[in-house]
Write a protein of this length. Structure first.
Ligand code: EPU
Length: 426
């Protein structure tokens, strides 16, 4: 099995480039289904999730061509007049995010048959709000043989209140509403930068959306959309990962291509840790001279601190001076990561959706397993501040969301290699 072998001790120093956000790009690709003809997306990360999404769209009859422009990828998706409306389990189970084809398929074809993704390592992930919203718009939804089967004779605008500002539910409802008859109002909508990015692309395709970036979205359906060209918003989670890596390793990292404003709370945590934060025209710089001080973390929907930065923050806190309280409000099974980092000597106790981290001077290298993308990079950061060698297994998780992660780390002075491991046999 391939692992990332990390030899601890380096202080990360230098510059990295951040490209488009995985959690936006997958939705933008799905939204290309809404318009027959060509949609071109730029600033794409070369990650495995994009490849899987491409296969999913090809299965629906789209022709997808890729090219590389500078350091990023670009895809042109040509959606046919008549789409296949089925998304098979083999692909959906690999990326949960592929459920975002549901809204566009219903809007374009009046039907969809999308495999249910099932649970994953960060916990149960119900889709009740997606279904309730689409049902209010006139869709009939049933679960048949592991598939979500949806049919709408006519999609109608509706007033929809979300119990929680779910990213995925907001996206599926919105992408159905753009072609529905009448106006849809989504209250308590998610406000993540990736939602704003999707709204902007939909507007460029001809959609009518008011309230972009607020928790009330008003969408007036139009008769048809047309293809567009759009660059994905920079990945704030990758950028925040570098910020936490700088704090943990007492490093100095310039993150180019990021939007500091999307990370206001995360960068405030860096400042609480004693780090210096410099906002630049095209990103930011984080420099941590001394041992970080502890800071508390509460994960919340945007603009709160992202759950997708929680493991990286715990990695930094595991070597901080003091005790930190972590409250995970979205995916409490994400604390599975704590069992792995504890194998490296971190002092972390969890209770329900809270964790307490008592900082240590140093961790000690050990073989550990990534349970999801963010746990994977959190463990690599932990390896950087551990004595000796850490082997992080299940690194396919990291490849889902980080472009050439180990190469970027080496560029910052870390000793990290991708190797075959004998510790983790079959
Ligand atoms: N929820 C429900 N019912 C629903 C939908 C969501 O109860 O119908 C709950 C979830 O269980 C969770 C909360 O609502 O507790 C928020 O979930 P949300 O729907 O916002 O998350 P998502 O759309 O499934 C996206 C990202 C996640 C990220 C979350 C929160 C993608 C592909 N995934 O998931 O990213 O953690 O938003 O910001 O966009 C990651 O990249 O590592 C990752 C897990």
């Amino acid at each position: 099995m391939q692992v990332l072998r990390v030899t601890g001790g380096a202080r990360l120093d230098g510059a990295v480039d951040v490209v488009g956000a995985k959690n936006s790009v997958l939705k933008l690709m799905a939204a290309a289904l809404l318009a027959p003809g060509d949609t071109t997306l730029g600033n794409l990360p070369a990650i495995s999730d994009v490849t899987i999404m491409r296969q999913l769209l090809e299965g629906m009859g789209c022709a997808v061509t890729e090219s590389t422009v500078g350091a990023t990828d670009r895809v042109t998706i040509s959606a046919p007049e008549h789409l296949q409306y089925e998304a098979p389990y083999e692909l959906v189970r690999k990326i949960r995010g592929s459920i975002c084809v549901l809204g566009p398929l219903i809007a374009r074809t009046g039907r969809a048959k999308v495999a249910l993704p099932g649970g994953d390592a960060i916990g149960t992930r119900p889709l009740d709000m997606h279904f309730a919203g689409l049902e209010r718009m006139g869709t009939e939804i049933s679960i048949q043989h592991g598939f979500v089967v949806a049919e709408a004779r006519e999609l109608r605008g509706a007033s929809i209140w979300l119990d929680f500002p779910s990213v995925g539910a907001t996206e599926n409802i919105m992408t159905a509403a753009v072609l529905a008859k009448g106006t849809t109002v989504i209250d308590n909508a998610a406000r993540e930068p990736e939602i704003v990015d999707l709204c902007r692309m939909l507007v460029a395709m001809g959609a009518q959306i008011d309230g972009i970036g607020t928790s009330t979205l008003e969408i007036t359906g139009v008769d048809g959309l047309s293809g567009t060209t759009h660059d994905a918003v920079p990945d704030r989670i990758v950028a925040g990962t570098w910020a936490m890596a700088a704090v943990a390793t007492r490093g100095d990292i310039t993150v180019r291509g990021a939007v500091a404003d999307h990370l206001r709370i995360a960068l405030d945590k860096v400042a609480q840790a004693g780090g210096e934060v410099e906002v630049l025209a095209d990103g930011f710089r984080v420099a941590q001279a001394d041992r970080p001080r502890s800071f508390d973390v509460v994960t919340l929907p945007y603009p709160g601190l992202a759950t997708d930065l929680q493991p990286q923050a715990i990695a930094a806190l595991s070597v901080a001076d003091g005790t930190a309280m972590i409250t995970e409000n979205l995916f409490e099974a994400r604390f599975m990561f704590c069992d792995e980092i504890s194998r490296m000597g971190a002092d972390v106790r969890t209770d329900g959706h809270h964790a307490v981290v008592r900082g240590r001077e140093r961790l000690s290298g050990a073989p550990v397993r990534a349970t999801d993308i963010r746990a994977g990079v959190g463990l690599v950061i932990a390896g950087l501040v551990a004595e000796g060698v850490t082997e992080v297994a299940e690194i396919h998780h990291i490849d889902r969301g980080y472009v050439r992660f180990e190469e970027q780390l080496r560029g910052l002075g870390a000793d990290v290699e991708r190797v075959e491991s004998s510790t983790f046999g079959p």
